[in-house]
Design a protein around this ligand. Structure first.
Ligand code: 0L1
Ligand code: MG
Length: 259
């Protein structure tokens, strides 16, 4: 049995987020297995719920081949987006509320039905999806220099920090989501671009993997969940004064400013 104190690590990471302070990564002093890391994440989620925050939905991270190779993993990771993280489309994020934020462009799914693994496929996910929208995720690792091992980032709720969700929902059968081109602009200049297929072949596959991963912990995806499927573009650093825009073919645009 592990002797890791999940609750105190979760409190440490929660305080770092609240105090907008980068901290030494956990595994520098305390070895964590992947299982330990998800146990810490569960405590962190419980802490946020106790404080009155509400879960908007799970998110998937490390879904691109490049990020998986960089972290030497074969499976993405997940975390949770909370209500206090949601910024309205066209709104602002406050740089001083964050540590060292980066932004990546994604496609978000709004679920119409529960999905419970194991054995879920992308086709089943699409059948259970009400709408898809473009999204901008702001990740803000609580660790020094945005550097971590896989268990560290899982424990840190997959670097979740802020999210801007597009406000023009589209039915998923209106598009071939793997072929949707997404361009990330900062201050009017193209920062990066990619296609939906960058997310484990198809963004619906990412949610199928999520359902199957959650099933190992006796959990499921719920109707009404808004789920970030993973970065289509790379993550770009943000500075005060930046205007950030993502355009997704057939899905429209989503934007925010950094104040
Ligand atoms: O949403 C993401 O893909 C981020 C997952 C965590 C890795 C990172 O912070 O870059
Ligand atoms: Mg992301």
């Amino acid at each position: 049995m592990s002797s890791v104190d999940y609750k105190s690590i979760a409190s440490f990471l929660h305080l770092a987020e609240v105090e907008k302070r980068e901290v030494v990564r956990i595994t520098k002093e305390t070895p964590l297995s992947i299982e330990d890391a998800y146990r810490v994440q569960e405590e962190l989620v419980a802490l946020k719920l106790e404080q009155g925050h509400r879960i908007v939905g799970p998110k998937m991270g490390l879904t691109s081949r490049a990020k998986m190779k960089q972290m030497n993993v074969e499976e993405p990771i997940y975390g949770y987006i909370f209500d206090y993280m949601v910024v309205p489309d066209g709104g602002s994020i406050k740089r001083q509320e964050l540590i060292h934020p980066k932004v990546e462009a994604e496609i978000a799914f709004i679920m119409g039905k529960d999905i419970e693994g194991p054995g879920i496929t992308g086709a089943q996910v699409l059948a259970a999806t009400e709408y898809v929208v473009p999204a901008l995720e702001i990740i803000d690792s609580r660790y020094e220099n945005f550097q971590f091992t896989l268990p560290d980032v899982i424990a840190d709720n997959a670097s979740s920090s802020r999210v801007v969700i597009g406000n023009r929902p589209i039915r998923p059968d209106q598009l071939e989501l793997d072929l949707v081109g997404v361009t990330l602009f900062i201050n009017g200049e193209i920062k990066d671009l990619g296609a939906g297929a960058a997310v484990v072949g198809h963004p619906a596959n990412s949610i199928a993997m999520l359902a199957n991963m959650l099933a190992r912990r006796g959990e499921k995806i719920k109707a009404g969940d808004v789920i970030l499927t993973g970065g289509i573009t790379g993550a770009a650093m943000l500075s005060v004064g930046d205007t950030v825009l993502a355009k997704a073919d057939g899905l429209g645009e989503v934007s925010f400013k950094v104040s």
